[in-house]
Every structure is written in C-alpha cells, then in structure tokens.
Design a binder for this molecule. Structure first.
Ligand code: AHG
Ligand code: MN
Ligand code: MN
Length: 340
C-alpha cells in the first residue's frame, strides 16, 4: 500500500494565497497574481544562489570581464534584474523601487498598471555572498494612493508609512529557502521543497518569543556609538542584567532577524560616527526596516528607532532613506526603551 507522507498534506503557498483570497469577497486576485510573479523570481534566485559556488560568472566583483571575455554579473545585480523584471510585467503594480536602483522603476510600456507598489531589497547581506553565509530578499507592498488610477505610479505612492503596508515579507536563502510573510493577519512561513519546486506551509503561525537571550549588533562599531548606547550594551552583558545573553551577528539582516524571530532576542543597528554618511544608521527604511518592523509586530514583537519612535509610524521622504532599527522580542525592546 502506498504510504502518504506528512509532507504530502502540506499546503503550498499558491493554495494558501488562493484560500486567503476566497475569504475576501471584494478581492480581485491581483495580489495573488503579483505574489506568484514574486515567488517565481524567488525560485530562480534560489537556483542561482545554490549553484553560485560553481560558477565564476556569478561570484566575484562587479561587472568585470572574466577570462573568456564574458561580462560577469554580481548576484545582487542578478537578483535585482530577476525580481524587477518578473514583477514589472505582472499587471498589478504601478511603480517599484529597489535598493539596487537609484530612481523609481516604472512599469514597461505595453504592460498594465495596477493598484500596488513594491519596494525590494533583492539581495540582502550581499557582503556574505562569497562566504556561503545565509542571504535574503526583503519586500514591502503598499496600495497606491488612488487605487482607481490606471496611470503610472509616483514617488508618493511609494513613500507611505510602514503601518499602511498590505504585505511585508522576506525570503531567506539558508540551509533551505524559506519565504516568510504577513498580510496583517499574523505571520506565516513556507519552506521551498526543491523536489517539487513548491513553497510549503511549514510555519503556520509564527510568534516571536516574548523575551530572548540573543542580542545581535555589530559590536565592532562600539567606539563609534553614543555613550547612552554603549551603556545599554554594557548593561545587557553585565551580571546586573537579569538574564545571560548570547551574541549572534551574521551581518545579513534577513538571517539575523529570522533567527531572532524563531528564538527570541533583539537586533540593533544604531547610528554611529564611523562614517558621516549615515547619521540615521545604515539600514534602509522602505525595504529593510519597515517590512521587518511589520513582520515583527505581526509576530508579537516590536520595532523602534534609537529614539524610541515606532518604525511603522515613520513617514519616508526619500526612496533610499535610512533609519536606525531596534527590533525583536517585545520585552527586550521594552527594556531597551526603558534603559535609554
Ligand atoms: P545589503 O547587503 O542589502 O546592502 O544589506 C546589508 C545590511 C544588512 O543586511 C545587515 O544587517 C547590515 O547591512 C550589516 O551591516 P554591517 O556590516 O555594518 O554590520
Ligand atoms: Mn539589505
Ligand atoms: Mn541588498
């Protein structure tokens, strides 16, 4: 008799999205279609990440020529091209923004403009690519300001506060590829089953532990931090603090966030005086801080700036605006807020 294995009963991401769509009488299917283009791109990028070590035209420096005279492309540029191309033709976006591109990305002529916008970090943790360390993709989806409009979207359609996100998510290319997302109704995680090429619902209701022992921060920047921030870090490592801590820092936001989502803890990227380029910290509000903050809150966690402002309440003024980010388990972020 043929045996049914537990994974045979898992539902796929596309089935999940269709079920969710059917629960909403006014849904048109546009969001589900948009997601299917994003998922396709995620699978293509997974394929390239998995074979990156084997190919000399993926790893290595930017747009140089290899020995055969072929143009090399870095994986982050490749990911940018795959995601933006796949998404631009889906018919449900009116404008896009990517960390890899200075300006707005418009929908190509001949394709329909829809009611959504997307901001994307196509390859997060790019400094880790060459070391076979987990990297990811982060995305943030909003509705355009005038959802009836059929015209190309504008910068204002993208520059909306994080609490208005319709969906935020990330893909982590780790020991397996996972897609974690929230549409404002909790957080769900899907793991790519390479044998059938489907993302399967593996983490149905993701909740961040209320408190954790992990702290994640680039402590190499210690001497460039403010005295208040230095004191906070000293405090959480001291025996006066009520729990032992473990330092864990990968340097890929997606991977650091994902681990803390599962295990509990706090991730911090403050401003520092190392470079006067980033008075507001290094991470980008639209496609790093805001989507991670949305997922954190939906999983029961918190996300604030170093000044204690709620990340989701910030109104971005520029596409590539930076923000400080303190994100993690509720009690740990509250302790940070009390301390400073
Ligand atoms: P990206 O690769 O998209 O430029 O992002 C890198 C970011 C983020 O993933 C990570 O948390 C942070 O940079 C690490 O910065 P440091 O190397 O300064 O710690
Ligand atoms: Mn990034
Ligand atoms: Mn990036």
């Amino acid at each position: 008799m043929m045996q049914v294995k537990p994974q045979d009963n898992l539902i796929s991401l596309s089935q999940f999205l269709i079920e969710e769509q059917l629960k909403l009488p006014y849904a048109t299917g546009g969001f589900t279609a948009l997601m299917s283009h994003l998922v396709y791109a995620a699978k293509v990028v997974t394929r390239e990440v998995r074979k990156a070590g084997l190919l000399d035209n993926i790893l290595g420096s930017n747009s140089t020529q290899n020995v055969q005279g072929e143009t090399q492309m870095k994986l982050d540029e490749y990911a940018d091209r795959i995601f933006t191309n796949a998404l631009s033709i889906c018919g449900h976006l009116c404008v896009m923004a990517s960390e890899e591109q200075e300006d707005l990305i418009h929908i190509p002529e001949g394709y329909k403009c829809g009611k959504y916008t997307i901001a994307i970090d196509p390859l997060d943790g790019s400094s880790n690519i060459d070391s076979n360390v987990s990297i990811g993709t982060i995305f943030s989806i909003h509705r355009r300001q005038d959802i009836e409009a059929k015209t190309p979207g504008t910068k204002e359609d993208l520059l909306q506060p994080g609490h208005k996100q319709r969906c935020a998510g990330y893909i982590i290319y780790g020991s397996s590829t996972m897609l974690v997302l929230s549409t404002g109704n909790g957080v769900v995680g899907f793991t790519l089953d390479p044998s059938c090429g489907e993302f399967l619902l593996s983490h149905p209701n993701m909740k961040m532990p209320e408190s954790g022992s992990i702290y994640s921060v680039n402590e190499g920047n210690y001497n460039y931090w403010s005295p208040e921030f230095q004191n906070y870090i000293k405090h959480i490592k001291s025996i006066e603090d009520d729990k032992p801590r473990s330092a864990r820092y990968i340097g890929s936001l997606v991977a650091d966030f994902h681990r803390n989502l599962l295990k509990g803890g706090i991730f911090l990227y403050p401003n520092d005086t190392k470079s006067n380029k980033f008075p507001n910290g290094k991470l980008r509000l639209l496609y790093e801080s805001a989507p991670m903050a949305f997922i954190a809150e939906q999983a029961g966690g918190m996300a604030v700036t170093i000044k204690g402002e709620r990340i989701l309440d910030l109104h971005p003024k520029e596409l590539h605006e930076r923000s400080t980010l303190i994100v993690g388990s509720k009690k740990d972020v509250e302790q940070f807020l009390n301390f400073i």
